[in-house]
Each structure stands twice: as C-alpha cells, then as structure tokens.
Design a protein around this ligand. Sequence first.
Ligand code: 13P
Ligand code: SF4
Length: 378
Amino acid sequence: MTSSISESPLELQPYKSLANEELIARIQAVRDQLGPELLILGHHYQQDEVIAQSDLRGDSYLLSQSAADSTECRTIVFCGVHFMAETADILGNRPEKLAERDGQRVNVILPDMAAGCSMADMAAIDQIEDAWEQLGEVLDTEDLTPITYINSAATLKAFVGRHGGIVCTSSNARAAMDWAFERTSRVMFFPDQHLGRNTAIGMDITEGQMPIWNPYDADLGGNTEEQLQASRVILWQGHCSVHQVFKAQHVEMFREKHPGIKILVHPECPREVFELADISGSTGKILKEVESAPPGSKWAIGTELHLVNRLKEQHPEQEIYFLSPVVCMCATMYRIDLAHLCWVLENLAAGTLVNVIEVDEETAKWSLVALERMLEVR
Ligand code: 13P
Ligand code: SF4
C-alpha cells in the first residue's frame, strides 16, 4: 500500500475549526461540481453527519460490491476503515475495470489514514506465514483452506488467494465455510476467532475441533500436534474490542426487564452472547431486521453504538436499546468526520489527491482471486 500526496495540498488544520453547517455546504459544493465522477461510500458505523453525505451506505459486502460495480465514478471516497478502502481499490481497479476505462484508475481516498481496524491489526502477514509453515510440519496444508475475514490487510487476502482460499464478510461467512469444506477437510480462519467459531458451531463442529492459534506462542500457536490433527477449524486469536463488550449477563438482564424483547447481535460477538441471541447478522442484516419489524417491537442490539443510536432515532415506533450498559464505539471509524471529508474533497476539487489508498500490483492480483470468490459465494 502506498499513499500519494501531491506537492502542495490544502492543510487539514483549518478545517477542524469550521462549523458543521459550513463544512456541509462546502462538501455539497464539491459533490455538485464533480457529479457522478465522485462516489462517497459510508459504512453503517459512521457518524450521522458523515452518513448523511454518503451516496451509498452499507455493510462490508454491499460496499465491496458497489466498488466492484461502479461505472461512472473516477474517485471513491471511502468513509470507513483502511481494509475497506484497500478492498475498494482492488475491486474498482481490477483488470476488466481498467480495460473498460482505457487504463484509467479509480482513485480511492480514505479521509483519515489513521482509520484502521484493531481486529485487522491482530494478524500480520509474517505471523500468518509463520503459522502456515509451522502447520505444514504437522498437517497436510494441501488439505487446509485459509479463510480471511474481510477485516484484514490486503496482504492477508493475497496470502489466501495464493493458497486456494477465500475472503468472507459477516454476511457470507457460512457460505464461505461451506465453499472451503467442499474442497478440503480443514479450515484456518483469521483474524476473528468469534466469527469463525460462531459460524462453525452452526455446522456441528465442536469447540474441541477448533483449537485457537496464538501468534505470540512460538510453539504451534500454543497447541499440541494432536490438537491440531484433531481440528476441523483452526481459529486465529483475534477479536473486535467493540463487540467484546457484550456479555451473556446483558442478554439475561434485558430479557428479565423487558419480556418479549429480541436480542439482535453482530456475529463478531463472543459465543456466549451469539448463542443466546434471537437473531444475528451483518450490519446490513441488523438494519433490515429493524426496518421490517412492526411498530412496538422491542430490540436490544449488540453492535457498534452509532448504528444502534441511528436506528433508535429513525424508528421511534420501536423500542431499541444498546445491549451493553458500557458505551462502546469503534474509535477508528469515528476518526472520519466532516472536517476530514471536506478536506479530502476540496483537495480533490483543486486537482490534488490526498490520502490515496493504492495496493501494490502483486498484492492486488492475489487478493482479487480471493475477493472474487467472496463475491461469488452468498
Ligand atoms: P459488516 O460487514 O457487518 O458491516 O461488519 C463490518 C465490521 O467491521 C463489523 O465490526
Ligand atoms: Fe474493526 Fe471492530 Fe471497528 Fe469493526 S467495529 S472496524 S471489527 S474495530
């Protein structure tokens, strides 16, 4: 990945002291000027003001698909986190798209380069390669399919592409696992142990068949040879710190206090919560469940705070609660604000690209193999 900054970009600092009304007007002016050449994508966890400026909002799967299908746009401004922008770059600039545009690239911009994902950071490519090599000493890696959650660096997606694997999102993890088990008898799933475990449990795979690989334990990730040989899914020791806050006792408390309440959670939640929940799914599914529920429905929702608060506001006819008493939001998603958005857009309008996310050719080529499989499997 490289970032390209032109010679004299407008400075970010002055934007930080502007009032929201002014930022909104200036963002709108750039949108009017660039028209369909500009596509602003917003993940459901973004703050309301940012979501209001997005042409399209969605979960990771839908946003990847939008980047893959984009036709008119020449710049995608991704209001989300780093791995999402990398994915948009790979899909939006894949060879067939470049050919359609006579070689012209779509520039993908991330308004704040510090908007990463702490879960994605829990698996580095050298750790994955080391684990694979160690696994090769005790298992047949030809009979092992790697699956990476989309919440991972492009280098991990490329690793997966090279080794016959697939990328999944929270909305197609089960289908990706089925896809993998049609090919091999074992799966290695990274970086989110919870999504991997919650998906595999639904396939009658037991906890005992799911050893956890600790990348900081140099000796088989903290496992014995026998444990790995008895495995069906090897889980990486990674998690989302936002979804980690939801506990079984919160579910019990809501059920006791609000009879009839439905517990709706993201599959990044720990198993104890996932198993007690009534419904689980991607952020897109969470949204659809609430939107299609009758007035008077009661929900306790276990996912990022901004999405839950927005649902509360948009559906006053329903009773909606955040599943945890502890306020917890995705701090990196929150880094994208109107000031950063306006700053990158005004630079763009002035012909200056700032915060460009560009995945190197070799990584993009192999990541694409695994991402195209993801888009085929639903
Ligand atoms: P979705 O694909 O469900 O939008 O999830 C993205 C994410 O980062 C959840 O923490
Ligand atoms: Fe990453 Fe968790 Fe934030 Fe999603 S909510 S982007 S998994 S840190």
